[in-house]
Design a protein. Structure first.
Ligand SMILES: Cc1ncc(COP(=O)(O)O)c(C=O)c1O
Length: 373
């Protein structure tokens, strides 16, 4: 008789969904994991032109159109001074598929995958789906990932360690010194560093740096996407870049599971990457203003919260019963333990919502906090 595989039996549906389902219809949603801005017009036009010119009715190359991969290579040159061969990139169905490809191609049964806890929900689940063993590591007090903690967690069984900066759910940004350390660890221990950079452009001070800039081996692969930078989560377009031999292995999975990323989305992504970047700057400036409003509100409510430097999340420490009290008052926040055991006692607040709604929610949060303190 057919049973379910032990891999899927170990994975449960994300705790984030459960919160959404439990909330009332008029709730203010601070649980959102996507920008609330429109996709830039020139990106949409890229897809429209491709559709009108009949360029979307066929599979593209498995790796994606050459012109998109050139746009991706140009982006890494422009932003990081990195020379990437367009052949060493695969366009994927969002950053999510790219994470899956990296783990499927590099993890053998029982091998360990180290990732931040609290961290993005997919790292644990995709590790289990790849038949690997999740190895969550706790964060520093400021919610960044300590390279020393990663180094201490490495064993002979470690296949991959994940770095995510700017991070979901914390908004924390790793320093350049940390990124250099992650590259050193990948090189020295001969372990793959998976750098999840989907929030790379949503940084408020300084620039995001990638371990790919500092590694002297091919032990760093980078995953990114149009999803957050260009407010294109619905388009489902991301990518992975890495060395030729790693891309070739990942392509074996992608080719059979996906064939190619959606063609209209690829043309939109190419237009997004090669067109004007002002919409990104405007969105990031708006996120920074909102972050400050949220930080002020949370501090006024008496909550302790490290200042996040990126993404669009803050993660305050909260007293017991706080999330329930806030949810009861129809403000959706995500309990920190949805992101790993060490998230217990925290909550993730997303500010991908207009300032007026944020201010309304912060008043409710103030009352709710007073009620549980
Ligand atoms: C840290 C992180 N990585 C990857 C993803 C997946 O992004 P995509 O929508 O491109 O699949 C997300 C989405 O929330 C994320 O927060």
């Amino acid at each position: 008789m057919t049973e379910f595989s032990h891999r899927v039996e170990q994975v449960s549906i994300s705790g984030i969904r459960k919160v959404f389902e439990a909330a009332g219809e008029d709730a203010i949603n601070l649980g959102i994991g996507q920008p609330d801005f429109p996709t830039p017009e020139h990106a949409c036009q890229g897809a429209i032109d491709a559709i009108e010119n009949g360029r979307t009715d066929a599979y593209t190359s498995n790796k994606g159109t050459h012109s998109l991969r050139e746009a991706i290579a140009t982006k890494y040159d422009r932003e990081y001074g990195l020379e990437i061969d367009p052949e060493d990139a695969i366009a994927t169905s969002g950053g999510s598929e790219a994470l899956h490809l990296v783990l499927e191609a590099h993890v053998d049964p029982g091998q360990e995958v180290i990732f931040p806890d609290p961290g993005f929900v997919s790292y644990d689940a995709l590790t289990r789906i790849a038949d690997g063993t999740p190895k969550p590591v706790s964060l520093r007090e400021d919610l960044t990932l300590d390279p020393a903690a990663v180094e201490a967690a490495i064993t002979d069984e470690t296949a991959v360690f994940v770095v995510n900066s700017p991070a979901n759910p914390t908004g924390a940004v790793q320093s350049e010194a940390d990124m250099r350390e992650f590259a050193r660890i990948a090189d020295e221990y001969d372990v793959l560093c998976l750098s999840d950079e989907v929030y790379e452009h949503i940084v408020f001070e300084g620039d995001h740096r990638s371990p790919l800039e500092f590694s002297r081996t091919d032990n760093v692969v980078v995953v990114s996407a149009c999803s957050k930078t260009y407010s294109m989560t619905g388009w489902r377009l991301g990518w992975v870049v890495g060395s030729t031999r790693r891309i070739e292995r990942m392509l074996r999975v992608h080719q059979y599971a996906q064939a190619c990323a959606s063609a209209p989305a690829q043309y939109a992504a190419e237009a997004a990457l090669t067109g004007p970047q002002e919409p990104v700057d405007e969105m990031v400036a708006a996120f920074e203003r909102r972050r400050d409003v949220v930080l002020d509100g949370l501090e006024d409510a008496g909550l302790e919260v490290p200042t996040p430097q990126g993404a669009f999340y803050v993660m305050p420490k909260v007293p017991e019963g706080w999330c329930e009290e806030v949810l009861d008052r129809d403000v959706i926040v995500v309990p920190g333990d949805a992101f790993g055991a060490n998230g217990e006692g925290y909550a993730r607040i997303s500010y991908a919502t207009g300032i007026a709604e944020l201010k309304g929610a912060l008043e409710i949060i103030d009352d709710a906090t007073a009620a549980v303190k």
